[in-house]
Design a protein around this ligand. Structure first.
Ligand code: XIL
Length: 603
C-alpha cells in the first residue's frame, strides 16, 4: 500500500483550512454596492520609495481587497515638488500604474495643505503674487500630469481651524492663507485652488478634506458654510472628505450626527467620501479580543452609515495593514493596531465586519426618489407607469439595459436588481448604481397605496408606501430631461412615413403627430405586466390634448405596438389654428394633465 494515501488524506483538511483563510473578497462586495472601497498606500514615509509594492503580501492584499488606492504621501507637495523647478512623479506614477493594473481607481491627495510643504516653499520669502503663481503652476502641473486618471482629488486639506466658530469660516494660518497668503481673503485661496484644479482636469471629482467634521461641531458648520457658499457661487466642488481618524470602540462619532452631516451636504448636491479611516487601539490591547471586536463594530458602524446614504460614495482606510500605519508614529507608540489587516496581512475581526456590512446592509429607498420616468414628477404612481428610482446605490456599476426573459417579456431581475410593488416584481427597463427604471405592475390598479421594496442581490430595502392613482401622465422628451422638445413623430399621410419632430422638421397644421408618454393607466384589452404590446389597446381613462393651449383631437391613445406595455402612444391632430414654432404640448388623462414645459414644433 502506498504511504502516500494517508498523507494525502491528512493534507486535504489542511488545504481546506488554507482556503478558508484566503483573502476576503472585500472589493467584490464593495463593487456590487457601487462603493469605492479604498486604502491609502505608499511609497515610504516621504513618499519617495514605493518599495512596499514589491512586498508580495502588501501588493496582493492591496490589489485583491480594494478597488481604489490613495497615495499616502507620494502626491503631497514635499514629495512631488521637491525643488522649485523639479517634480518627482515617479512614486505617484508607480502607485497609479499599480492601481490601473489591478482595476483600481485612484484618489489624489492633496494639492494644498498647511504642512508637509517643501523647505524651498516655506523658506522662499515669496511675495503673495509669486506664491499665487507657484500655487497655480503646481496645481496645473500635478493635476494635468494625472489628468483622467484620478477619480477624486483632495484639492485642499485641513484648511479650517480647530477653533472655528462655525459662524464664518475660520481658517488655519498657513503659507497659502496669511503667511503671507496668495493675495486672497477668506476662503478665496481655497476657491482659487478648486478653480485651477477643475481647469486642469474636468473629469476628476474635487473634494475638500478634513478631520473632526464627522459629527456636530462648529468646525463642521464652518466647512458646511464654505461648501454652501461655493455651491451657490458655482465654485467647482463635488464633495467633502471626512477623514475619520478615530478610536476603536468609542462612542465617537455619533452616528445620527454623522448621518445628518451627510444628509446636509447631500442637500447641497455634494458627495461624502470617508477618506482616511483608522480606529486606533491603546498599546496594551493590540491583541485583546474584546478590543478587536470593539474595533470591528466601529468600522462596520461607519461603513453601514455610509452605505445607508447614496451620496456617501467612497469608504477608505488610512493604510490597510498594521505593519504600516501612521498611528504609532503619530501617538508616540501609545496607540496602534488601527487597521483591518494585522501586521502579517491576516484579516482582523474588523475586515470580517466590513465584509458583513457590505453584504448585508439594506439599500435605502426614499419615496421622494421615485418619479415618473418621462417627467421626473414624483408623488403617486399609476398602474403601468414607467417610473425611475434614484439613489438606491445598489445596482450594477454600469448602466444595464432591459433584458427579455421570453421573446416578448421584459425581465424583472436585471443585474440582481428587483423592485416589488405589493410583492409583484416589476419589469426593469434599465438599472445602474444610481438609477433604476421599472414599470409599475398593473396589479396596483384600484388600490389607494402600494408597498414598494427594492432588492439588490437578494438584500431587500425597508418597504415604503406610495399613493396609487388611476393615471398620472407624463410625456417623454427627446433629451430625457422631461422638458423641451417631446418624443414626437410627424406622420406624413401621403407617404405613410414617420419622422422625428424637430424645429427643422415641424409638423404641418392639421397633420397627425404621434406622441409617446407613460402613466396613462389601464387599457382595454388589458395589458400584461412587462409584455411587449401585441397590438391596439386603448386607454380606459378619457384622454384629451392641447397644443399651444388649443384643443387637439386625440385619434388614438393606447398601447404602442411593439413597445413594452406601459408606454402610451397618443395620436393627436395639430390644430389648424395653431401658431407656428415650438408650442406647448399637454395631454390630460382622467382629468390629470402632463406637466408643462414639453413642446412640439409646428410648421
Ligand atoms: C500622514 C501620513 O500617514 C504619514 O505617513 C505622514 O508622515 C504624515 O501624513 N491627515 C491627512 C494625511 O490628510 O495626509 C495624513 O497622512 C494623516 C492625517
Amino acid at each position: 500500500m502506498s504511504p502516500l494515501v494517508p498523507r494525502l488524506a491528512l493534507l486535504f483538511p489542511l488545504l481546506l483550512l488554507a482556503q478558508a483563510q484566503s483573502p476576503l473578497p472585500l472589493r467584490d462586495a464593495a463593487a456590487s454596492r457601487n462603493l469605492l472601497f479604498g486604502a491609502a498606500a505608499d511609497a515610504d514615509e516621504f513618499g519617495i520609495n514605493p518599495s512596499r509594492l514589491l512586498e508580495p503580501a502588501y501588493a496582493s492584499t492591496l490589489g485583491t481587497q480594494f478597488n481604489m488606492l490613495e497615495p499616502e504621501n507620494a502626491m503631497k507637495w514635499a514629495a512631488i515638488h521637491p525643488t522649485q523647478t523639479t517634480y518627482n512623479f515617479e512614486p505617484g506614477d508607480q502607485l497609479v500604474s499599480f492601481a490601473q493594473a489591478h482595476g483600481m481607481k485612484v484618489r489624489g491627495h492633496n494639492l494644498c495643505w498647511d504642512v508637509y510643504n517643501p523647505d524651498w516653499l516655506i523658506n522662499g520669502s515669496f511675495s503673495p503674487t509669486a506664491l499665487s503663481q507657484i500655487f497655480q503652476d503646481h496645481i496645473a502641473t500635478v493635476v494635468s500630469h494625472y489628468n483622467g486618471q484620478i477619480v477624486a482629488w483632495d484639492v485642499v486639506n485641513e484648511a479650517v481651524s480647530d477653533s472655528a466658530s462655525g459662524i464664518g469660516t475660520d481658517l488655519k494660518d498657513s503659507i497659502w492663507y496669511n503667511q503671507p497668503g496668495i493675495g486672497q481673503t477668506g476662503t478665496g485661496y481655497i476657491e482659487q485652488a478648486f478653480r485651477w484644479a477643475r481647469a486642469a482636469d474636468p473629469s476628476a471629482l474635487l473634494f475638500y478634506n478634513d478631520y473632526s467634521i464627522e459629527q456636530d461641531s462648529p468646525k463642521f458648520e464652518a466647512v458646511f458654510n464654505m461648501a454652501k457658499d461655493f455651491v451657490s457661487r458655482g465654485v467647482p466642488i463635488n464633495g467633502i472628505g471626512f477623514q475619520m481618524h478615530i478610536d476603536a470602540g468609542g462612542s465617537y462619532p455619533d452616528l445620527t450626527q454623522l448621518a445628518s452631516n451627510i444628509d446636509r451636504l447631500a442637500a447641497l448636491g455634494l458627495q461624502v467620501h470617508i477618506t482616511e479611516m483608522d480606529a486606533k487601539i491603546p498599546a496594551a490591547q493590540w491583541t485583546d479580543p474584546a478590543a478587536l471586536a470593539a474595533q470591528a463594530t466601529t468600522y462596520s458602524s461607519i461603513l453601514t452609515t455610509c452605505l445607508q446614504h447614496p451620496t456617501c460614495t467612497a469608504f477608505q482606510t488610512w493604510g490597510f495593514t498594521d505593519k504600516y500605519s501612521w498611528i504609532p508614529g503619530a501617538t508616540n507608540n501609545q496607540y496602534g493596531a488601527a487597521l483591518p489587516f494585522d501586521a502579517n496581512y491576516a484579516p482582523k475581526p474588523a475586515a470580517s465586519a466590513l465584509l458583513a456590512a457590505l453584504q448585508s446592509v439594506p439599500p435605502q429607498l426614499l419615496a421622494a426618489n421615485i418619479v415618473n420616468a418621462a417627467t421626473y414628477a414624483g408623488g403617486a404612481v399609476a398602474p403601468g407607469e414607467l417610473v425611475t428610482l434614484f439613489g438606491a446605490n445598489f445596482g450594477p456599476a454600469s448602466l444595464t439595459g432591459l433584458q427579455l426573459d421570453t421573446p416578448t417579456h421584459v425581465a424583472t431581475n436585471l443585474g440582481g436588481v428587483e423592485v416589488l410593488f405589493d410583492g409583484v416584481p416589476a419589469s426593469v427597463i434599465y438599472s445602474s448604481a444610481a438609477q433604476t427604471s421599472v414599470i409599475v405592475p398593473y396589479e396596483v390598479a384600484g388600490a389607494t397605496s402600494t408597498t414598494v421594496v427594492y432588492r439588490a442581490n437578494g438584500i431587500a430595502s425597508p418597504s415604503i408606501s406610495l399613493p396609487v392613482v388611476a393615471g398620472v401622465p407624463g410625456l417623454f422628451s427627446q433629451n430625457a430631461s422631461g422638458k423641451g422638445p417631446g418624443s414626437v413623430l410627424n406622420f406624413d399621410a401621403s407617404t405613410s412615413a414617420f419622422t422625428l419632430n424637430t424645429s427643422a422638421n415641424p409638423a404641418p397644421k392639421g397633420s397627425t403627430v404621434v406622441i409617446y408618454g407613460t402613466g396613462a393607466g389601464l387599457t382595454q384589452p388589458a395589458a400584461v405586466d412587462g409584455q411587449l404590446a401585441p397590438g391596439v389597446a386603448r386607454q380606459q381613462l378619457s384622454v384629451t390634448a392641447t397644443i399651444a393651449g388649443l384643443n387637439a383631437a386625440v385619434l388614438y391613445a393606447g398601447a404602442a405596438p411593439g413597445e413594452v406595455s406601459g408606454v402610451t402612444q397618443f395620436n393627436v391632430v395639430v390644430p389648424a389654428t395653431s401658431p407656428s414654432g415650438d408650442q406647448e404640448l399637454i395631454v390630460t388623462v382622467g382629468g390629470i394633465s402632463s406637466p408643462s414645459g414639453l413642446t412640439l414644433s409646428v410648421e
